[in-house]
Unconditional design. Structure first.
Length: 127
């Protein structure tokens, strides 16, 4: 093979590898499994995602507020995964946070005590 053909094959292979290594797109609006809230994930600088409450079910009593940021600096951490911080409006505490995306399901997790105590929530894409 000529060097031109080899270069083209190598470039195509590198482009495919780079595309498959990128995390899936978690941006957009997500509905919590309880149906009580929606969070919008969007870029917030430095290659990170942040999540902000954009809707609360009217009859749900909560300390959460529309416009309140609840996920901070979620940076890629492997395939379809992110790591950053999570804020729980119910107790007013910040936790280490993780997110993972599988198909149309986003799972978020907040952990305390160095990851010894964790709580997960499942979200589905919303309009």
């Amino acid at each position: 093979m000529t060097s031109k053909i080899l270069f083209t094959i190598a470039a195509a292979g590198m482009a495919f590898a780079a595309t498959s290594a990128l995390a899936a797109d978690a941006t957009g609006v997500w509905l919590r499994d309880t149906g009580a809230s929606k969070v919008k994930f969007a870029p917030c600088g430095g290659g990170a995602l942040c999540g902000t409450i954009v809707w609360l079910k009217p009859d749900v009593e909560t300390k959460s507020k529309v416009g309140q940021r609840v996920f901070f600096d979620m940076k890629p951490d492997g395939a379809d995964a992110w790591k950053g911080s999570a804020f729980n409006p119910e107790d007013g505490n910040n936790y280490s946070g993780k997110m993972s995306l599988s198909g149309g399901t986003l799972t978020t997790q907040g952990c305390a005590m160095g990851g010894m105590i964790c709580k997960s929530t499942t979200w589905t894409r919303s309009n």
